[in-house]
Write a protein that binds this ligand. Structure first.
Ligand SMILES: [Zn+2]
Length: 466
């Protein structure tokens, strides 16, 4: 197996670090805020800037892909080896809004470096983490003497991620042939901490809904009628209370169908992480932990499906009392899903459960707003093993495993392209995503470059796909 000499990669990075950071700063100066219609031209300028930079890096194809909204960038660089795996890197070039008055110490779109930290909107989320792939692939070529990457390399860098990726599913369906690959590498996540570098192996899915309950045709007198007719607010509360059983398991029949349970090995790996529950509680702004019996906190937020009451309302909410049986009440519910669960089946289970529990005289509507599917890459997947080895060479330490409790567009790539999704990110929790004074730590950013420099050779050497 031919491995890239690490010293050759490091020497190349030392020579090119300054120019790389200058280029990144230039990109960060473009305020590509997708949420702000007045910045639409800047988002386009950001896409054009990136496309030009990727051409300069050596990608044979670079294209701006239009959507109903803001443009994405696609780039492709074939390896010339028919048995080499094809990898698609996903990231985004749009950023969250930012303004001095939000609490930034300096202009969020004028990058500056203090104590090895580069401050700018998008430094970590996600321009820095997209950009490390440009120098990474150059270092891979320089250190191996190749003229094309060892894998067939594709990039898809979206322009609307910070606005909920409204046009992303349509975009990838339209271009599914060009995006065909053996694995997706998402560089839009982070690590546990700088001392505990990690790879994320999955994200939970999500589906959420509103339940509207209707009782009498109007608010009615609680003395004349109350206690003798059904009350929609009472029924909303009864549904909310029945959502979990005494062990805090979700009580909707069929909810857990298909759930891929954690293996003992995965539980051990979670337990190896230096998790400080007191500190986590402070970040949660909560005063105690509570969840499904038999699972740890990390298991609950990463690997168990959950149901949450996001809101409950109905009836009189004004000052003083008003003795009525209200006409209507509402519940907002969300369900985090894990691998093996089918979002459509969960939605049907919830519909059946609600319909079964309501008494005659309560009409109801359930509106689901959509579903994001969960994704999970098995620990023994060859591409995941390559990511871990490449990170271990760059970070010179053991790489541990996390999952992500939230949900994102990565699952669309998994579903449409039918391939596993892996997560390679070097950001740390203190980087302040979506917050004032977002930053990226330059030594970690360079570890990201170095990881990318080792990854393509390792993948091509260990994973033949033809
Ligand atoms: Zn992001």
């Amino acid at each position: 197996m031919s491995t890239t000499p690490d010293s050759a990669v490091r020497a190349y990075l030392a020579d090119h670090r300054e120019a790389f950071l200058d280029d990144l700063a230039e990109w960060l100066r473009i305020p590509s805020v997708s949420a702000d219609p007045e910045r639409a031209a800047d988002v386009r300028r950001s896409a054009e800037w990136l496309a030009a930079k990727l051409s300069g890096t050596g990608f044979l194809t670079t294209e701006i892909w239009e959507t109903e909204g803001l443009p994405a960038v696609f780039a492709e660089w074939p390896s010339g080896d028919p048995a080499a795996p094809t990898v698609l890197v996903y990231g985004h070039h749009d950023v969250q809004p930012a303004a001095r008055e939000d609490g930034w110490h300096t202009d969020p779109f004028e990058p500056h470096t203090v104590d090895g930290k580069l401050y700018a909107r998008g430094a970590a989320d996600d321009k820095g983490q997209v950009f490390f792939h440009t120098l990474g692939v150059r270092a891979h070529l320089a250190a191996t003497g190749r003229s094309a990457p060892a894998v067939n390399l594709k990039l898809l860098i979206e322009g609307e991620e910070e606005s909920g990726s409204p046009n992303f599913p349509a975009l990838i369906e339209k271009h599914a042939d060009r995006l065909a690959c053996d694995a997706v590498i998402v560089s839009d996540t982070g690590m546990w901490s700088r001392d505990t570098p990690t790879v994320c192996t999955g994200m939970r899915g999500l589906t959420d809904c509103q339940v509207d309950l209707y009782g009498p045709d109007q608010d009615i007198h609680s003395g004349s009628f109350g206690g003798a007719v059904p009350n929609p607010a009472t029924e909303a509360a009864r549904l909310a209370a029945a959502l979990h059983d005494a062990d805090r398991r979700v009580a909707v029949p069929g909810f857990y169908d298909g759930v891929i349970e954690l293996t003992d090995r995965e539980r051990e790996l979670f337990a190896e992480l230096p998790f400080d529950e007191e500190q986590w509680l402070r970040t949660a702004h909560s005063h105690a932990t509570l969840g499904e019996a038999g699972s740890t906190t990390l298991e609950r937020i990463w690997a168990r499906p959950t149901a949450e009451v996001n809101g409950i309302g109905g009836g009189y909410q004004g000052p003083g009392g008003k003795t009525i049986v209200p006409a209507a009440a509402q519940l907002k519910l969300s369900f985090r899903l894990v691998a093996g669960q089918d979002a459509a089946a969960v939605q049907q289970s919830v519909r059946d459960w609600v319909a079964d529990r309501l008494p005659a005289g309560i009409r109801h509507d359930i509106t689901f707003w959509g579903a994001t599917r969960p994704c999970l890459t098995p620990l023994d997947h060859p591409a995941l093993q390559s990511v871990v080895r490449a990170m271990e060479r760059a970070f010179e330490t053991k790489i541990r495993f996390t999952r992500e409790g939230g949900s994102g567009p990565a699952a669309d790539l998994q579903d449409v392209l039918g391939v596993p999704v892996l997560f390679l990110g070097i950001s740390v929790p203190s980087d302040g995503w979506h917050a004032p004074n977002e930053k990226v730590e330059l030594d970690l950013l360079m570890k990201g470059v170095e990881t990318a420099a080792y990854l393509w050779g390792d993948l091509a050497d260990t994973w033949r796909t033809a």
